[in-house]
Design a protein around this ligand. Sequence first.
Ligand code: GRF
Length: 202
Amino acid sequence: KRLVVLVSGSGTNLQALLDAITETGAEAYGAEIVAVGADREGVEGLARAERAGLPTFVRKVKDYGTREEWDAALAEAVAAHAPDLVVSAGFMKIVGKEFLARFGGRFVNTHPALLPSFPGAHGVRDALAYGARVTGCTVHFVDDGVDTGPIIAQGVVEIRDEDDESALHERIKEVERRLLVEVVSRLARHGYRIEGRKVVIL
Ligand code: GRF
């Protein structure tokens, strides 16, 4: 299967996918990354893609007159690589109607909290501030809400008394990278059906 990965930041989730595919072999893993896209230039995620010899593209919101135009341009850039699955790996933008019309049901996101708790851009900080004792990560399909789509898999991380946001996020990301690598391979190898809120891996 063909994967396009979208990033906005350090790209350690992207790196975990790249490493797993190299180690396992694309055939056995079930998928290969064919391109990496971002909503901003100069991020480490793009550098990782370039080091791996992958094509990259950047579509910045501010280069377009409206959010809809940006969304359509992003969808177009992704579609040019004909992906079977699109993975949002720390991609910090909400996509719009056009993108979802083309990639809905095959657009996977990873979120650093146990949804439906703590959606949005500050999932780690919000869990900590709330005083939760466990949090974690959620790999899910993207729908038209913010972190509301059908859940594929979750991983649990305990919150320690001495945790600050960055220490906790680092521990979540260790679990998150393993989970994402495993989920993408299972989706790619076995196929899946989305039945309402339920994801059934075949
Ligand atoms: C991940 O924790 C992701 O869930 C969150 O941002 C982080 C991205 O990390 N939205 P990286 O860019 O893959 O290192």
